[in-house]
Design a protein around this ligand. Structure first.
Ligand SMILES: Nc1ncnc2c1ncn2[C@@H]1O[C@H](COP(=O)(O)OP(=O)(O)OC[C@H]2O[C@@H]([n+]3cccc(C(=O)O)c3)[C@H](O)[C@@H]2O)[C@@H](O)[C@H]1O
Ligand SMILES: Nc1ncnc2c1ncn2[C@@H]1O[C@H](COP(=O)(O)OP(=O)(O)OP(=O)(O)O)[C@@H](O)[C@H]1O
Ligand SMILES: NC(=O)CC[C@H](N)C(=O)O
Length: 630
């Protein structure tokens, strides 16, 4: 029996706040050590914060991480714990995204990331160089390269995030070279359903490579990327521990590393594969002997026995039902995104929302309030201000709904009519047009733009964070006004399809019982920019719009393929009508890209998002010939 206690931390870092990030990590490092942790794991780019993007190109941004790493080493020198932490270094002009191994007051070695994600929301290959198999360099006198670390408790292989996502990653050769404990330090952003993907992947890799894996993830939001934390400890495919998500802290569990070796010995397929690898020229990974660096204290560790006192009966199932898990995950992620933006920018005192009595602004308000409950539990409503800005097209029912929810949440609510200003702006525009009246659409847009202008003026003077409320479906077809409701300082729900917005509101109504939600849902969605506007009548039913969006923007189908896919999905809709919806969607989508490239920074919860900088890079000026059948 060779017991080792593995601690997995998640730190809420801020990009560039090296000292603060290190301080936060040190607090957890000391607590881990007090808890008897043998190996304490911290996330990718712990010191710099993630994602630093092109900031990595500043030499100072790289160089100033090192003194903080040395401080981390100094301040943990007396602890008998080995730490793995993420740091950036520059070697021969290349920036390398490294896992640093720290113990006994020294940086013992640096292992650079080999696989650099450059897809979806990641752009690492743009700024970082790659670690190479067999690499052996030195950085400031410290070994840097493809190394394993021998301690008095076993052989450790550090690696960085994407390294685990490749079937041909460094884990294979390192475990064939004897690594028992693979430590993966990650900064993996929240995406819907991704926690299951991580869980399955880590279990698969631990079984494939017959090792113990300690996987650590960052927590907190930076710009639009929200990190959900949630570390994993898995031994040879068996789940050992999962750390809490959406919160800073650490959790620890004991594993018997002899068990990893025994299972490896029993796994004949693994052994045969290893032999084949050796005979076909597989190169072993070099080992750094660190047995003298620190004497770990493991005498008081006890064998990991099941809390429910049976090796045979299943552990009690604590999983939440799928609907609750999905809704709570999205709400946790987005409220963390709002809160971290609010706090980390240090620019704001209060959150502001233009509250229409409709679905999108209601959900945005509920998300902001969820954050406020955490930040100011004694009076969450005092962190938020809501403005209802009616025009002649606004109804009593939306005003009542907005007022009701604001009262229920204790949020300051003001009514600010835009009607007079609407008339004035409409007349001025007509004068500019040589006496010709503005178009009906422009009449609508004047209202949206007046509301946005008022929100900016308010926020500008009081330090308010003006939350933008648009959803992804309406954004995809340009059903939003430039200079109007498209604008704001931070887009909160712009990665949520409208059908998901409604799903979340149904759920929230059920769990909170708020009358304000019921009142909003009682009325069909519509912008109230003209008489009797219903969004689904002007566009198309939202389930069809969202399906079109998915098939076109995510699955990259052509319009005729989309129609083929949609026909069995919506059998009640006549073929010609469905075809009309597809054509309308594709036309609106391609004609609206110019709009969403102007939209504010937004929070990401999925791989598919309308964000040209971060998720979907589409040209604005295009012809549609390529989509036609030949
Ligand atoms: N390719 C291009 N590149 C750059 N600019 C381009 C452009 N095409 C048009 N433009 C310009 O864009 C402007 C038109 O865009 P914009 O002013 O936004 O207006 P527009 O797209 O014409 O109308 C906005 C639509 O959004 C709907 N809406 C508004 C507000 C809220 C909601 C809701 O969901 O509740 C819905 C509203 O009912 C209306 O159908 C024009 O000034 C035009 O010159
Ligand atoms: N009367 C209003 N008072 C304050 N803000 C408004 C008003 N009407 C519209 N807005 C702002 O413009 C945004 C866009 O309106 P839109 O109709 O798309 O959204 P919604 O009303 O929140 O949801 P829904 O589409 O379900 O009606 C609103 O979310 C809100 O922020
Ligand atoms: N930082 C990274 O390397 C992240 C990439 C990885 N595939 C993830 O999202 O988990």
């Amino acid at each position: 029996m060779r017991l080792v206690k593995v601690g997995i931390a998640s730190v809420n870092t801020t990009v560039g706040a090296f000292v603060r990030n290190t301080d936060r990590a040190l607090v957890l490092a000391k607590r881990m050590s007090e808890d008897g942790v043998t190996v304490g794991v911290f996330q990718e780019q712990l010191l710099a914060g993630y994602p630093a993007e092109d900031m990595v190109q500043w030499q100072g941004f790289i160089d100033r991480q090192w003194p903080e790493l040395e401080r981390f080493a100094r301040e943990t020198a007396a602890l008998s714990t080995v730490f793995v932490v993420g740091v950036g270094v520059a070697l021969q002009g290349q920036r390398l995204n490294c896992a640093a191994v720290v113990a006994g007051g020294r940086v013992l070695g640096l292992v650079p990331k080999e696989k650099l994600p450059t897809y979806s929301v990641f752009y690492e290959a743009r700024t970082f160089g790659r670690g190479q198999p067999g690499m052996k360099e030195r950085y400031r006198g410290v070994p840097l390269g493809d190394y394993l670390f021998q301690f008095d408790f076993g052989l450790v292989a550090p690696e960085v995030c994407e390294d685990i996502w490749s079937a041909d990653g460094p884990m294979r050769r390192r475990t064939y070279s004897g690594a028992e404990l693979v430590v993966n330090i990650s900064a993996s952003p929240f995406r819907l359903g991704f926690v299951e993907t991580r869980r399955e992947l880590i279990a698969t890799r631990a079984a494939d490579h017959q090792c113990t894996i300690a996987y650590c993830n960052a927590v907190g939001s930076n710009d639009g990327l929200i990190f959900d934390g949630g570390g994993f400890l898995n031994q040879n495919g068996r789940h050992v521990m999962e750390t809490p998500r959406f919160q800073e802290g650490f959790a620890a569990a004991v594993v018997d590393l002899d068990r990893t070796l025994r299972l490896r010995g029993e796994a004949t397929t693994w052994r045969v594969d290893r032999e084949a690898w050796l005979t076909t020229g597989g190169q072993g990974t070099a080992v750094l002997d660190c047995t003298d660096a620190v004497r770990t204290r493991r005498e008081s560790l006890t064998y990991p026995v099941p809390a429910h006192r049976s090796f045979f009966l299943p552990t009690p199932d604590k999983r939440r039902p799928a609907r609750e898990a999905l809704c709570e995950d999205i709400l946790d992620a987005l409220s963390l995104g709002v809160g971290d933006y609010f706090e980390k920018t240090r620019a704001f005192k209060v959150l502001g929302i233009a509250l229409s009595g409709g679905r999108d602004s209601l959900l945005t308000l509920l998300i902001a309030h969820r954050y406020a409950k955490r930040a100011r539990p004694e009076n969450p409503g005092s962190l938020i201000q809501a403005f209802y800005m009616p025009s002649r097209f606004s109804s009593d029912s939306t005003r009542d709904a907005a007022e009701t929810i604001a009262r229920e949440l204790g949020v300051a609510f003001q009514v600010v009519s835009i009607d007079e200003a609407f008339e004035r702006e409409r007349d001025v525009a007509a004068r500019m047009l040589g006496g010709v009246p503005v178009t009906p659409i422009t009449e609508q847009n004047i209202q949206a733009r007046l509301r946005a202008q008022r929100m900016w003026n308010w926020s500008n003077s009081c330090g308010g964070l003006f939350l933008q409320t648009g959803n992804m479906s309406e954004k995809s077809v340009g059903y939003t006004t430039i200079g109007g409701d498209l604008m704001g300082a931070l887009a909160v729900i712009s990665n949520l399809p409208k059908t998901v917005v409604m799903y979340l509101l149904d759920y929230l109504q059920e769990v909170t019982g708020y009358e304000g939600i019921r009142k909003v849902l009682a009325k069909p969605a519509g912008p109230e920019l003209a008489h009797n506007q219903v969004g689904e009548e002007e566009l198309m039913p939202f389930p069809i719009l969202d399906a079109c969006f998915y098939l076109f923007a995510s699955e990259k189908l052509t319009p005729s393929e989309m129609l083929q896919a949609l026909t069995p999905m919506f059998p009640e809709v006549e073929a010609a009508r469905l075809g009309g919806y597809v054509d309308k969607f594709v036309r609106l989508f391609t004609q609206s890209i110019y709009k969403w490239v102007q939209s504010p920074l937004s929070l990401h919860v999925g791989n598919l998002d309308l964000d040209r900088e971060r998720a979907l890079q589409l040209p604005v000026v295009t012809g549609s010939e390529w989509m036609r059948e030949t």
